[in-house]
Design a protein around this ligand. Sequence first.
Ligand code: 6R9
Length: 641
Amino acid sequence: MSKKFSQKDVYEPSEETRRYAWVNNERIYEMALDYLTFWDSVAKNDIEWFEPYREVLDSSNAPFYRWFVGGKINITHNCLDRHVETKGDKTAIIWQGEPENEKERITYRELYRRVCRFANALRALGVRKEDVVTIYMGMVPELPIAMLACARIGAIHNVVFGGFSATALRDRINDANSKVVVTMDGYYRRGKVIETKRIVDKALEGCNVESVVVLERIGNDVNMVDGRDVWWHELEEGLPNKCECKALDSEHTLFILYTSGTTGKPKGVLHVHGGYNVGTHITTKWVFDLKDRDVFWCTADIGWITGHSYVVYGPLSNGATVLIYEGAPDYPQPDRWWSIIEQYGVTVFYTAPTAIRYFMKLGEEWLKKHNLSSLRLLGTVGETIDPKAWKWYYKYVGNERCPVIDTWWQTETGMIIIAPLPGITKLKPGSVTLPFPGILVNIRDEDGNPADSGELVIMNPWPAMFRNLWGEPERFVKQYWRLDGSGRLIYYAEDGARRDGDGYYWIIGRIDEVLKVSGHRLGSAEIESALISHEAVSEAAVIGKPHEIKGQVPIAFVVLKTGYEPSVKLEKDLKTHVRNEIGAIAVPEEIYFVEQLPKTRSGKIVRRILLAIEKGEEIGDITTLEDVTVVERIKDVRRAK
Ligand code: 6R9
């Protein structure tokens, strides 16, 4: 693929990066065009199977695709057992607590033992294959240990991000029909203790949970319910640190992870052992060019998909050393992250644009205090990175030596889908560049025709793709998959994108009502339902307003029920209410009390108009509105505030 690069702003891989890289031949893309042969060779070369699969892909019941059909596998064998034999003394996890003196190094052998012991503990509690275990914890090693322990015995983990509220946790426990919860007494964030167990107690008021396992991390006072709650260390007492690795079907469910969409109810995205192992393994290896001596730090919380795939499964399957940090990026000082990189010699660093923008604002001085020369590759994910932030990241964090690897993917895709390969791909700041080998990406216009700008689609199935939505197979089929003119079933990502003359992809953003607040995915509809569940609210519309650091912030327009009057106190109450229903990240920055929302004649709220008003932009066509005067009245409310 020799292409003329039209744009000036192009960064070639350095000779050193190219020479060092796993992939340094451009022909890989052509070689992977026969994608089944490509994935077959990855699965055979990089992953160990208890029994070989008969068929790479079964499309007979699409979009319910099945990969590596008939194979027997367990992702924990690939993440643990096989490394214990070859590099048992290598560090698997470096853990740094928020208090500087609290830290831990766990070797592969030790990790293996601790996972086995906790797997035995779960068994002792009565957890069996296919049971759903909800995990609600902060960033401590026991979080991945609990996930791996579930996987080892064929149970399904359902990790709920520690920043979610009791109500959000309750909804996810109930929806998943989970009988066991694993949690902890508390953890540190900005010097304060987050009392996790207390939140769990509140959540469980409306749940049918049989057991709660509580890790002692802080030693704060917790209420242990007799017959239901048990301490992690007491449960493990006397249990062996060996536990047979259950040979599971390739398609056996590994986890569900709830994510936001267009409706108020989050969807449980379902991933399986076989394909997810293959996809996260090879993307970790090739995109981050991971080698044995690397120290890999992905700053994402394990409660989101990025943490599942690139803190836990991908790196451990590769036998890498991963770093996990408990606390806030800027605590006790704004250079905390840089001091961690220096202290542990982090080589590959993967974070989100929101963090980069934040540090950019704080200024380079904080970086200059540290020696960051261990770094050799920088990654970003979660939202579009603007060229200015890209260049700042490149210049000040990477000292103009490290490629900046922008990776596009989703909870649903399970693995990175579009990203450069550091040894061969020229970089353009702001572009996610090219699809990973073996993945065919395209763009469709509104009529479903191929185009250079429109909605991003994936043309072929891929191994780490989600297999279903928990309990909602119809929604899975309807929402994501569409037949094109030639009878081919394709995946619609719900992201707008364009492709330039070099075939490079540029992500524009979500086309549905999904927000990215500091990189966290939240639905407008979710925040709206939280607001509507308050007694004073009759209707609500939430938009994502662009924000310099967070990317977007929620702004709410609320119609009150008769008998309620707008007030500063009510605004405060509503914010607290959203915090209790979902969590702090969902709290609207601004709430406007309006008499009416802009709606079409069929009653659909036109959020686009609210966004234009908020941004002070031209409103555009409003003729489809049922009542065109609402626009001026909403503007008056904003002006009055
Ligand atoms: C991995 C993750 C998915 C949505 C996705 C898109 C946005 C992710 C991006 C990006 C531009 C990137 N997104 N990576 N946009 N450039 N490199 O973030 O998963 O939380 O499910 O969000 O995030 O809009 O559709 P998830």
